[in-house]
Write a protein that binds this ligand. Structure first.
Ligand code: ATP
Ligand code: MG
Length: 471
């Protein structure tokens, strides 16, 4: 999972969690607050009721009391309200028919203290009844009771909570969306420099010595970027040092190598004293080793030249079919000797290309010699080309049925000195310098084309590359 996505999910998750906790805590606190407020309001009602009863008894004015009870009953929450005397006889009741009746036994309450509340179910309704003593200077003269409909109270609280939830939900949603946006920004802020660093490392590993990354941040990531840029500079310096060294050494090796080759050829020509068969064999080994060494030195020098000032290309219109037939002819003897079939597959409608013939030959010889080197006896190699319509390019390919290249080795294939070891212990091709493909890539790109490879272990490898069409 990408760091940006991971950071966004983690920070977004934290924001979501914090908001959920905040929202539910708020909801819980509000619910408690509403319930406590309701409880307090009901006890206040009881106090007032008790005082009204007290005044009514003292002033012997029952009308005030009756009006008060009527007022109480108007509230939808109140199921009933009444005043009892000391003998548990109802003095005034919200239901006037019960006035003067004695309270039923089950409704007796003892030890009211300053007031008590109880809940029960009557006629299918959940009832919450409060009772409070009524006192005058002569002590307790009776008690007052008010019964509330609990369903009504709960509905009231629920509606109030819904109202609060609606208001807070809008605000929370805005904050949540802002939080997620901030989380995405913070995630990008962290992951973007890391991505830049990865790109820089990838470019550096592919040989780019100018893959500097922005290092203006004043934190650890900024320090890391500075260190990375410092490392790129050092690598560039080392590369230059190494190229200079290789250039000098390779150049100095060329002349003695040519001398060895020429001397060996002269010995073999028979112009001097005749050589025995055994001596011929030894001289042949010297000659082929000197040739290999010269190819290697030439490759190294070519690369050094390419890096220094680039190669010049002498481009001319060329026929892809003819080039491939020439190459197949050149390698005919070698492929027969190795027991590998070499064919050309080029449709007649493939147009002429614009290329430097000598360099195109080098591309082919490198790829075909690789194909022959890494294909077992009895295998096949096919050279081909096709017109990529719409792109103004011809795509060439060299396909073999050889040992293949492992997927892990493919990305580093076009880098210097890459040599993939064969997984088959019985198949040990001649060790090369590991520079052939680097040169091929540079030559293809020098023509304005591109090269790619597709390979499957034990099935074979195909190199594809493009060259622009002529005219
Ligand atoms: N057709 C192929 N099939 C399998 N492996 C290949 C093929 N072409 C290249 N390789 C792998 O890629 C490596 C690099 O190839 P490259 O041509 O650059 O170097 P080389 O052939 O080893 O040496 P030289 O510099 O002499 O060409 C080879 O050593 C080999 O492991
Ligand atoms: Mg090679």
């Amino acid at each position: 999972m990408k760091l940006f996505l991971r950071f966004s999910l983690v920070i977004g998750g934290v924001v979501f969690f914090v908001f959920s906790v905040f929202f539910f805590s708020l909801f819980f606190v509000e619910k408690n607050y509403l319930q406590q407020q309701g409880e307090q309001a009901r006890w206040d009602d009881m106090h007032r009721f008790s005082l009204v009863c007290q005044e009514s008894i003292l002033s012997a004015d029952e009308i005030v009391l009756m009006n008060y009870i009527r007022g109480l009953k108007k509230s939808q929450e109140v199921l009933w309200a009444f005043f009892l005397d000391k003998d548990q006889q109802i003095v005034t009741h919200s239901d006037v028919r019960l006035k003067g009746q004695k309270l039923k036994n089950e409704d007796f309450l003892k030890d009211l203290g300053k007031g008590i509340s109880r809940s029960f179910v009557r006629e299918g309704k959940s009832v919450l009844e409060y009772a409070m003593p009524v006192q005058t200077g002569n002590g307790v003269i009776g008690e007052v009771r008010i019964a509330y409909d609990m369903n009504h109270i709960s509905r009231h609280v629920r509606l109030a909570l819904q109202d609060i939830a609606k208001r807070y939900f809008g605000v929370s949603l805005i904050c949540f969306v802002l939080g997620i946006l901030l989380a995405a920004m913070a995630a990008r802020n962290l992951s973007h420099p890391i991505q830049q660093l990865i790109n820089g490392i990838q470019r550096t590993s592919q040989g780019d010595r100018n893959a500097f990354i922005p290092s203006d941040r004043q934190d650890e990531i900024g320090e890391l970027a500075q260190e990375f840029n410092h490392m790129v500079v050092k690598l560039g310096e080392l590369d230059q040092l190494k190229d200079g060294f290789i250039h000098t050494v390779s150049h100095d090796l060329r002349n003695p190598l040519s001398a060895i080759s020429m001397s060996s050829k002269m010995l073999l020509s028979g112009d001097y004293d005749p050589v025995t068969d055994n001596q011929k064999q030894v001289v042949n080994i010297i000659l082929s080793s000197a040739d290999r060494l010269r190819t290697m030195v030439n490759n190294i020098l070519d690369l050094a030249k390419m890096r220094e000032k680039g190669l010049s290309y002498d481009k001319n219109p060329l026929s892809p079919k003819k080039i491939m037939q020439d190459i197949a002819g050149l390698y005919h003897a070698f492929s027969c000797e190795k027991g590998v079939e070499l064919t050309v597959d080029c449709p007649s409608d493939v147009p002429m290309i614009e290329a430097d013939e000598e360099k195109l030959h080098r591309i082919f010889t490198n790829l075909v010699s690789n194909a022959i080197k890494f294909t077992r006896r009895g295998g096949t190699i096919c050279l081909g080309a096709g017109h990529v319509r719409g792109s103004g390019e011809v795509e060439f390919f060299v396909r073999d049925s050889g040992i293949g290249i492992s997927p892990e080795a493919l990305p580093g294939l076009f880098t210097k000195f890459s040599s993939v070891s064969s997984i088959d212990p019985h198949f040990k091709p001649l060790q090369g310098t590991g520079l052939g493909l680097v040169i091929v890539k540079a030559l293809v790109e020098g023509h304005g084309g591109q090269i790619r490879v597709s390979s499957e272990m034990k099935k074979g490898t195909t190199f594809y590359w493009t060259i622009p069409v002529s005219g």
